[in-house]
Write a protein that binds this ligand. Structure first.
Ligand code: ATP
Length: 201
């Protein structure tokens, strides 16, 4: 299966881009969604989290208390590493499972952390959705009704824009209207269909 990894900073337009490609019949595998699936009740990763961090990280209904867990790992580096050692392999397995099940001509793996860890190793090509910081901030504020400082704080901990662009095979410039995003994606979609065909041999 030919896999395009798609990433970008907060509010850059990852969802807008994957919505377009999904409409064109492409399977979209979402790492954010997978990270929630693997800690659902009954999943081995949730049991491992409770073994390591105790019952306080569960809500009364048996689902993960994300806030309690966040507070534990926020100030404790070893705890954060332990949590990642549980969740990252589970997320990787879930992503591979979903990619293997795709019947589409190619698959897009969308992840805000594609380039930070090993998820990029699952991909054949990297597509970065890029927008200038002021556009990221304005669109995120409009979408989430959050204060500007909160968006700026998230941007500070995300990978630098130039570093992200430098790792891309393809970059979509998303500072303009949606139809320009779609025009660029349509061209890439045609290119990816050809690359996927070659890949399949
Ligand atoms: P996050 O990482 O925060 O999940 P994202 O990269 O998925 O963000 P989107 O949700 O796709 O970003 O885009 C952010 C907001 O900007 C959304 O409300 C989306 O509809 C809007 N948006 C994206 N691209 C454009 C565009 N070209 N023109 C106008 N609005 C846009």
């Amino acid at each position: 299966m030919f896999v395009v990894g798609l990433t970008g900073g907060i509010g850059s337009g990852k969802t807008a881009a994957t919505d377009y490609l999904a409409d064109r019949g492409i399977t979209v595998v979402d790492a954010d969604l997978a990270s929630r699936v693997v800690v659902e009740p009954g999943q081995p990763a949730l049991d491992a989290i409770v073994d390591r961090f105790g019952r306080p990280v569960l809500q009364d209904d048996g689902t993960l208390n994300r806030r309690a867990l966040r507070e534990i790992v926020f100030s404790d580096e070893a705890a954060r590493r332990d949590l990642e050692a549980i969740t990252h392999p589970a997320i990787g397995d879930e992503l591979r499972r979903q990619i293997a099940g795709s019947q589409a001509p190619y698959t897009v793996l969308v992840s805000p952390l594609l380039l930070e860890g090993s998820q990029k190793d699952m991909t054949h090509r990297i597509l970065v959705i890029d927008a200038p910081p002021e556009v990221q901030v304005a669109r995120t504020i409009a979408r989430d009704q959050v204060p500007e400082q909160q968006v700026a704080a998230i941007m500070r901990v995300q990978m630098a824009r130039e570093q992200r662009r430098a790792q891309a095979h393809d970059v979509v410039e998303n500072h303009g209207p949606l139809h320009l995003l779609h025009d660029q994606l349509e061209q890439l979609h045609q290119k990816y269909l050809k690359l996927a065909e070659h890949h399949a041999g």
